[in-house]
Ligand binder design. Structure first.
Ligand code: GLP
Length: 238
């Protein structure tokens, strides 16, 4: 595992963008695994900037997102589909048909999980970008008793609902279920980039990197992967 400390959020975003850009330059038709949340916003802004400067081309890139809320349509401003369009896709030359995200409106949950797993198998992720939940979750893999191998529907924990309530009118509006890639799906990515920022992530980051590998702290599974890069700012690394 390679661990880099950036001075602040801007530095973390800059370093992360360098790594993603390098991936795109080395393999223009790569498959990127994407995350949502506030942490990757700076990274996405920098990728947009580099695209606008003519330094990046997304024509052949395909993307798969980690997760999506159950019950939200892609047009819903709180959905991760909407987040991706607004914060990245509509600003770059990626083909919409090359971007994939679980269908929050699927009525057959098991069918949707199987569909997403088949998609992940056929694509194969070259670089998976991850944020980190305050309770150590990655994607929406919440602390539990087992590492989930594949895409599944998950009931969100109180801590995650509270952390994500800032994007909704009230806590009651936060969907309580979400589709997420499993830990197994994440570990099958060829390379993983974990980014973390701010003091609220410090405890989870320390446990993920230096604690025991346990489903009680889902990000600790990353210790089992051979090619993980962690870029965190000084507050998260504290
Ligand atoms: C959310 C997302 C995760 C994200 C995490 C941290 O619940 N499902 O993919 O990494 O929480 O979010 P943030 O970056 O806003 O702290």
């Amino acid at each position: 595992m390679e661990i880099f400390t950036a001075t602040d959020y801007a530095g973390m975003s800059r370093q992360a963008a360098r790594l993603v850009s390098a991936q795109l330059l080395l393999k223009p038709d790569c498959v990127l695994g994407l995350a949502t949340g506030s942490t990757p916003l700076g990274l996405y802004s920098r990728l947009i900037e580099e695209y606008k400067n003519g330094d990046l081309d997304f024509t052949e890139v395909r993307t798969v997102n980690l997760d999506e809320y159950k019950g939200l349509a892609p047009g819903n401003p709180q959905s991760y589909g909407y987040y991706m369009r607004e914060n990245l896709f509509r600003h770059i030359n990626i083909k919409p048909e090359n971007t994939f995200i679980p269908n929050g409106l699927a009525t057959d949950a098991a069918g949707e999980c199987a569909r997403y797993d088949a998609l992940l198998d056929s694509l194969g992720i070259d670089l998976q970008i991850l944020g980190l939940g305050e309770n150590g979750h990655i994607g929406f893999n919440e602390p539990g008793e087992v590492f989930m191998p594949s895409t599944h529907l998950v009931g969100l924990t109180k801590s995650t609902l509270a952390a994500n309530a800032r994007y909704f009118a009230s806590l009651d509006d936060v969907p309580v279920y979400a589709y997420t890639m499993g830990i197994g799906s994440i570990l099958r990515a060829k390379r993983i980039l974990l980014i973390a920022s701010g003091p609220k992530k410090a405890a989870a980051l320390r446990a993920a990197l230096y604690g025991p590998v346990t489903p009680a702290l889902p990000a600790s599974a990353l210790q089992l992967h051979g090619y993980v890069t962690v870029i965190a700012d000084a507050e998260a690394m504290a």
